[in-house]
Write a protein that binds this ligand. Structure first.
Ligand code: ADP
Ligand code: GN1
Ligand code: MG
Length: 371
C-alpha cells in the first residue's frame, strides 16, 4: 500500500464524520497539499462530503502554528460574514476537529491532517473562462482583504518565512544555479539570464515597504482562481480557500498573484508559449472588480503599485518554479518531466507581455483607482 494510503486510513479513523464513510479519493488540482474528498452516507439524509487534507510537509514546517492562524482567521471571517447578513457556513471555511479535540490529526509518520466541510453548490475553475467569472473572483479576493482589515496581524504566524520576499527568492535561485544538483542549469540558460536582467526589479516592492510607502496588511498570499469557490448557479465568488499562507503581506501581491494565474487563457504549464499571452481585458475586469471591494481599504500608493504586484508575483513564481526544477522538483507537485520548467517559461512569457504593455496596465489601474 502506498504510504499516503495508510496514513489516509489512519486519518479517516481519527475524525468523527457523523455517518459511515463510503469512500475517499484524491481531489482538486492544488500543487502543495494532498487533498481528498470524503463521502459519507447518513442513514436518512443524502451523502455528506468533506475535504480531508494532509498539509505539505515540504511547505509547512509548523502545522500547529498554521492551524492556529486558520482557526483564528476563519472564526473572525465567520463573525464578519454574519454581521453583514451572510451565510458563514458557505462563505468561510470551518475547521472540524479530530476526536482528540486538537486542531488537526498527526499520523504515525508525522503527517498533519485537517478536515473541512465540503462547500457544496460551488465550482472551482482552473482558468478564467469569461471576464465575468474572473471579475467575480476579484470581488471575492477584494472582499476577503476588506473583511480582514481589522484582524490583529501581529497574532499571525509566518507559516512560510520569506514567502513573498522576492529578494530572498532570487538568492535561493542563485544558490540552486550554483549547486546545480541535477546538472539541469545548462538547459535553463535563457531563463536564468531573464531573471538576472531583472535583478533590480526584485527589490521594487520590498524597498517601498521598507520606506513605509506600502503598508503591511493581513493578506492571503496565494490568490489563484482555483483558491476561490464560485457559486454554481450565480457564478459569484463564494468562499476563499487555501488559507495556509494567510500572513502579514502586501495587498499588491494578492492582486498580482490573481493576475499572474488568471489573466491569460492557458494553463500555468502550457508548453506552447505562443498560446500564452496576457489578456489585458481580463486584467481590466479583475482590476475593476478587486478595487470595487477593496479600493476604500487601500492607500493611493498601494493602488499605484498594483501593476508592480502583477509583474513581481509572476516573476517570483517563475523563479520559484525554476529553482524547484534545478533542485529536482521537491516542492511543487509534478505529473510529468520538465513540468516545472514549462511552468517557469509561461511565467516569464507573461512578465514580458506585462513589460510590453506596461503603460496600458497603469492606465487601467488609474481608471479604476480612487480619485
Ligand atoms: P493546495 O494548497 O494543494 O492548492 P487547496 O486547499 O487549495 O490545496 O485544495 C485543493 C483543491 O481542493 C481546491 O482547489 C478545491 O478544488 C478543493 N477544495 C479545497 N477545500 C474545499 C472545500 N472546503 N470545499 C470544496 N472544495 C474544496
Ligand atoms: C502553490 O497551493 P496552491 O496550488 O494553491 C503555491 C503558490 C504558487 C502556486 C503556483 C503554499 O499554490 O505559492 O503561486 O502553487 N503555494 C504554496 O501555482 O507554495
Ligand atoms: Mg490551492
Amino acid at each position: 500500500m502506498e504510504a499516503i494510503q495508510k496514513a489516509l486510513h489512519e486519518a479517516l479513523d481519527a475524525f468523527d464524520f457523523g455517518a459511515p464513510v463510503v469512500g475517499a479519493i484524491r481531489f482538486g488540482q492544488g500543487h502543495i497539499n494532498d487533498t481528498f474528498v470524503v463521502h459519507t452516507q447518513p442513514e436518512t439524509a443524502c451523502c455528506r462530503r468533506f475535504i480531508l487534507q494532509r498539509m505539505s510537509p515540504a511547505a509547512f514546517k509548523r502545522p500547529d502554528q498554521l492551524m492556529e492562524n486558520i482557526i483564528g482567521v476563519t472564526e473572525y471571517l465567520g463573525r464578519e460574514i454574519e454581521k453583514n447578513g451572510g451565510d458563514r457556513a458557505r462563505e468561510s471555511l470551518e475547521v472540524l476537529r479530530p476526536r482528540s479535540g486538537k486542531p488537526f490529526f498527526t499520523d504515525s509518520e508525522g503527517g498533519a491532517w485537517r478536515l473541512y466541510p465540503f462547500v457544496e453548490g460551488t465550482v472551482c475553475y482552473q482558468s478564467a473562462e469569461t471576464p465575468e467569472l474572473f471579475a467575480a473572483s476579484g470581488r471575492a479576493f477584494g472582499r476577503f482583504q476588506r473583511l480582514l482589515q481589522g484582524y490583529p496581524a501581529d497574532t499571525l504566524y509566518e507559516t512560510i518565512p520569506n514567502f513573498h520576499n522576492t529578494e530572498d527568492r532570487l538568492a535561493k535561485l542563485k544558490a540552486a544555479v550554483q549547486a546545480d544538483a541535477l546538472g539541469r542549469a545548462a538547459e535553463c540558460g535563457a531563463e536564468i539570464r531573464f531573471v538576472l536582467d531583472r535583478e533590480a526589479d526584485c527589490s521594487v516592492a520590498l524597498s517601498a515597504l521598507r520606506a513605509g510607502t506600502l503598508p503591511l496588511r493581513v493578506t492571503h498570499n496565494d490568490t489563484k482562481l482555483n483558491n476561490v469557490l464560485m457559486d454554481d448557479k450565480t457564478g459569484e465568488g463564494i468562499c476563499i480557500i487555501d488559507l495556509d499562507t494567510v500572513m502579514p503581506g502586501l495587498s499588491i501581491n494578492d492582486f498580482g498573484d490573481s493576475i499572474r494565474f488568471g489573466a491569460n487563457h492557458n494553463a500555468e504549464d502550457e508548453p506552447d508559449l505562443t498560446k500564452v499571452n496576457l489578456d489585458v481585458d481580463l486584467f481590466a475586469a479583475y482590476t475593476e472588480a478587486f478595487l470595487s471591494e477593496a479600493g476604500d481599504a487601500l492607500t493611493s500608493a498601494e493602488i499605484a503599485y498594483l501593476p508592480w504586484g502583477a509583474k513581481l508575483m509572476t516573476l517570483e513564481c517563475g523563479m520559484r518554479f525554476l529553482t524547484d526544477y534545478l533542485e529536482g522538483d521537491t516542492y511543487f507537485h509534478i505529473s510529468r518531466e520538465k513540468q516545472n520548467l514549462d511552468r517557469c517559461r509561461t511565467q516569464f512569457k507573461l512578465v514580458s507581455d506585462m513589460e510590453a504593455r506596461w503603460a496600458e496596465l497603469e492606465t487601467i489601474v488609474a481608471r479604476y483607482g480612487k480619485g
